[in-house]
Design a protein around this ligand. Structure first.
Ligand SMILES: NC(=O)c1ccc[n+]([C@@H]2O[C@H](COP(=O)([O-])OP(=O)(O)OC[C@H]3O[C@@H](n4cnc5c(N)ncnc54)[C@H](O)[C@@H]3O)[C@@H](O)[C@H]2O)c1
Length: 352
């Protein structure tokens, strides 16, 4: 098991990674409510906590993140939790963590949060950093808060039941860290693909740990995303979110950002900021991990109008531009203002 402790403005987040890390829950004191994906049996978690007032099973997936559904979950918490409630324990993939994190941040102006991610994407990204997002009016993550979890437990034994498709979705976020921030992680991904794809315990633990540290080092210097540094964690996400919306959320987050990373790199090349070799490297890495590099590979119709509408309403937009992180070498990046009109051209050529 590996531990990383991240010191943030008002909180400390302890991140435990590896087999057996669920045991840390035995140290938790105070009343807790568990919010879990209906696909995950919460009994192994419940037996480690000695003061649970309610256990709420919820649907997961992107459609479950609609704010109307989230309000129903908050109503359930309100009706079932005791007045002494201290903790919300979120158990599931990124969608459940986003829903529970949002609920924990607004219910009674904040209930302490423990994230137990059960997907690789949750373990390498969604469980930490303190951003949560829920969907409103068909626009992804347009409502949300910053709210740091006190504890993140990435118990890797959950991955045993995760379908390969979902492992690959998580690897898309790992490739995001390697291309923008961590050349050594790229070397590991390149040289140990067989071990990683067969979920070798040591290698999986290592990539989760490196991803967590990469993310939290950025969050530690730009927790509120107002210094132009945290945007690096969004690489591939601006075009990726538009693809997700254009597909009516049929395309998963990981696959959408995989294509988003390629499209944004092509835009960077058009703007003269990235060498062809970096794009070739990125594409070859995504192919190694069986991730799509173009919309054609998805076999899903993307509604161009909906995709463009989502791009135009992107929450990072300021005065007609969005600041994008471009990888300028392997493991290095820089932020560049791009006019939304230029991004629309990029999106259209990606969707053709
Ligand atoms: N807040 C953040 O910082 C942040 C960062 C990245 C992504 N996200 C969000 O996370 C979401 C994507 O997360 P995700 O890919 O985990 O999706 P998800 O929550 O939909 O989970 C994917 C699928 O895996 C299933 N599943 C979960 N755990 C399982 C297990 N152990 N065994 C078998 N099946 C299991 C789920 O039921 C679901 O069908 C998106 O909404 C994205 O916006 C948030």
């Amino acid at each position: 098991m590996r531990i990383y402790i991240s010191k943030l403005c008002n909180t400390e987040t302890k991140i435990a990674i590896g087999k057996g890390s669920l045991d840390i829950l035995e140290e938790i004191e105070g009343e807790a409510t568990i919010i879990h994906s209906k696909k995950i049996d919460p009994s192994g978690i419940a037996e480690k906590l000695d003061n649970i007032t309610s256990i709420i099973g919820i649907e997961d997936g992107e459609k479950a993140k609609d704010v109307e559904k989230v309000l129903e979950i908050i109503r359930l918490i309100h009706r079932t939790a005791s007045p002494d409630l201290e903790w919300i324990v979120a158990v599931g993939g990124g969608t459940v963590l986003d829903i529970a994190g949002f609920a924990a941040s607004i219910y009674r102006r904040g209930v302490k949060l423990i994230n137990v991610p059960t997907t690789l994407l949750g373990m390498v990204d969604a469980a930490m950093g303190g951003k949560n997002g829920v969907n409103f009016d068909g626009i992804k993550n347009v409502l949300g808060t910053f709210y740091q979890p006190n504890l993140v437990i990435s118990e890797t034994s959950f991955l045993a039941t995760l379908p390969l498709e979902e492992i690959l979705n998580g690897l898309a976020e790992v490739i995001k860290y390697c291309i923008t921030l961590d050349q050594e992680l790229c070397v590991l991904l390149e040289s140990k693909d067989k071990e990683i794809l067969s979920l070798d315990e040591n290698k999986i633990e290592e990539i989760i740990y490196r991803s967590a540290v990469n993310k939290m080092k950025i969050v530690e210097i730009d927790e509120r995303d107002n210094k132009g540094i945290r945007i690096v964690l969004n690489y591939g996400h601006t075009i990726g979110h538009a693809i997700e919306a254009g597909s009516g959320f049929k395309v998963s987050h990981g696959r959408a950002i995989s294509i988003g990373m390629v499209c944004e790199a092509l835009l960077a090349k058009k703007m003269g900021m990235i060498a062809e070799e970096v794009i070739e490297y990125l594409i070859s890495m995504l192919k190694t991990y069986r991730l799509p590099t173009s919309v054609r590979e998805l076999g899903v119709d993307i509604d161009m109008k909906k995709a463009i509408e989502a791009l135009r309403r992107d929450k990072k937009r300021r005065r007609g531009s969005i600041r994008l992180p471009f990888p300028i070498g392997i493991g290095t990046w820089r932020g560049v203002e791009v006019e939304v009109e230029d991004l629309e051209v990029c999106l259209k050529s990606c969707l053709e």
